[in-house]
Ligand binder design. Structure first.
Ligand code: HEM
Length: 421
């Protein structure tokens, strides 16, 4: 058990510095740094991030221990300051501490917001939006124009996501400054905040993030209030109920069966926006980048580690574990032909959606969107690199964050494959 006697126990790891612990070993791309360290120190490695002890897990077997065998112990996310300010004091799903509230909220989101029924109700809208992108690309193809595929895919996904959540497009939100606060809050949530690693630093407010977070949460709140008010004024007649309609109905009818007020509605709306936006579009831009680049195309001791230790499952490292994957860095989709490994969290070699209790509840929606858009992009067009660029020159550098996207946008020239569609 996790008694005080085990207080100092952490699995072996590199030598750390006083106060900083191992923070100095982590640079711009911590997933890569942790991968390198794990190759040396093993798949269950102990680190100290400032005052926060951490266990870094870097193999499928070790991930299974955390996400399946001992999942109950690890079912809460560490509290971070952003979740307190921006997510209505953790009244949301993504940051809600594990317990009865989180379980109720998870059930509500899975059954009412992200169910297969709800996903299929928006099929028509998704087709129409993808149709608009295809039309745009067709025009670009006619003039052999290079397009910023990263931006176009992000905008498409943003529009689809917002239409489902708010009933209006992301691209029409510009005048309200929503895009800016959205971008800023993604940055803050993904950003390294000293107070999350040094208990006593928080009160000193060294990075000035408190003020920023407060300001952002105020702007978000104003926009969300306005959107909810608009929905309440307009009767939802024949249109498909968006997520604001659905949640307000649940709130007003009292059918949630647990404390569920306007703050919860707003917190979950932010979840759906933040978790649903860049995830699917980033998967798409990486998939397209790989296609452009490749035209041919443990131990059961886990439960006795120090209480409050933070567990980091480095899914990036696991997906590249040379003991599990042959040529892990090569893009070889054929490796999955005839393989039983899928990506839904049952096979710990591949965990794009996480696994277990906290695994992604938007998996079905994410996969639906990624498959639909990718299929259209490669079915309707061949793609060429601009200005005679070689496939080998496609820059594959990433930008670490809440979602690890491409550092540079993917720019390519569409060539129509079909005469009529
Ligand atoms: C390709 C698209 C997507 C990917 C790769 C993805 C990936 C993930 C991952 C890795 C997690 C964390 C899992 C864990 O901690 O074990 C997560 C959590 C979550 N995702 Fe997704 N996601 C995607 C799309 C979506 C969409 C479309 C939505 C909703 C609109 C969504 C909503 C959420 C929520 C609410 C959580 C937090 C769940 C909780 O803490 O209980 N995701 N996702």
């Amino acid at each position: 058990q996790l008694g005080p006697r085990n207080k100092k126990r952490l699995p072996p790891g590199p030598k750390g510095l006083p106060i900083l612990g191992h923070l100095h070993l982590l640079g711009k791309n911590p997933h890569r740094d942790l991968y390198r360290l794990a190759r040396k120190h093993g798949p269950i490695m102990g680190l100290r991030l400032g005052f926060v002890p951490a266990v870094v897990v870097s193999s499928p077997a070790a991930a299974e221990l955390v996400l399946k065998t001992h999942d109950l112990i690890f079912a809460s996310r560490p509290t971070n300051e952003a979740s307190v300010y921006v997510a209505y004091d953790q009244r949301n799903l993504a940051f809600g501490p594990y317990g009865p509230f989180w379980r109720d909220m998870r059930k509500l989101c899975t059954l009412k917001l992200l169910s297969n029924l709800k996903i299929s109700q928006f099929q028509h809208m998704r087709r129409a939006e993808v149709g608009l992108l295809v039309t745009y690309l067709k025009r670009a193809a006619e003039s052999r124009e290079a397009v910023d595929l990263s931006a176009r895919v992000a905008e498409l996904n943003g529009d689809m996501n917002f239409l489902m959540v708010f009933g209006k497009k992301y691209s029409t939100m510009e005048e309200k400054g929503f895009k800016d606060v959205n971008r800023e809050s993604m940055e803050i949530v993904g950003k390294f905040n000293l107070a999350d690693y040094f208990q006593y630093v928080g009160v000193l407010n060294l990075q000035g993030l408190h003020g920023k977070m407060k300001r952002l949460s105020k702007v978000f709140d104003g926009i969300l209030e306005e959107i909810i008010d608009d929905h309440m004024k307009k009767q939802q007649q024949q249109r498909v109920a968006d997520l604001v309609d659905t949640m307000m109905e649940i709130m007003e009818s009292g059918q949630a069966g647990f404390e569920f007020d306007r703050r919860h509605v707003k917190a979950v709306l932010l979840d759906m926006i933040i978790a649903g936006m860049d995830t699917s579009s980033t998967a798409l831009e990486w998939a397209m980048s790989e296609l452009m680049k490749n035209p041919a195309t443990v131990s059961s001791k886990a439960s006795s580690y120090q209480k409050k230790a933070r567990v980091i499952v480095n899914v990036w490292a696991i997906g590249r574990d040379p003991d599990v994957w042959a040529n892990p860095d090569s893009f070889t989709p054929e490796r999955f032909v005839g393989s039983e490994i899928d990506l839904r969290g049952r096979h710990f070699e591949l965990l794009p959606f996480g696994s277990g209790r906290r695994g992604c509840p938007g998996l079905q929606l994410g996969l639906t969107v990624v498959k639909l858009v990718l299929a259209q992009l490669v079915h309707c067009f061949d793609w060429e690199l601009p200005d005679g660029m070689m496939a080998s020159e496609v820059d594959m550098a990433e930008n670490f964050g809440l979602v690890t996207a491409r550092a540079e946008p993917l720019v390519a020239v569409p060539i129509c494959r079909l005469h009529k569609y």
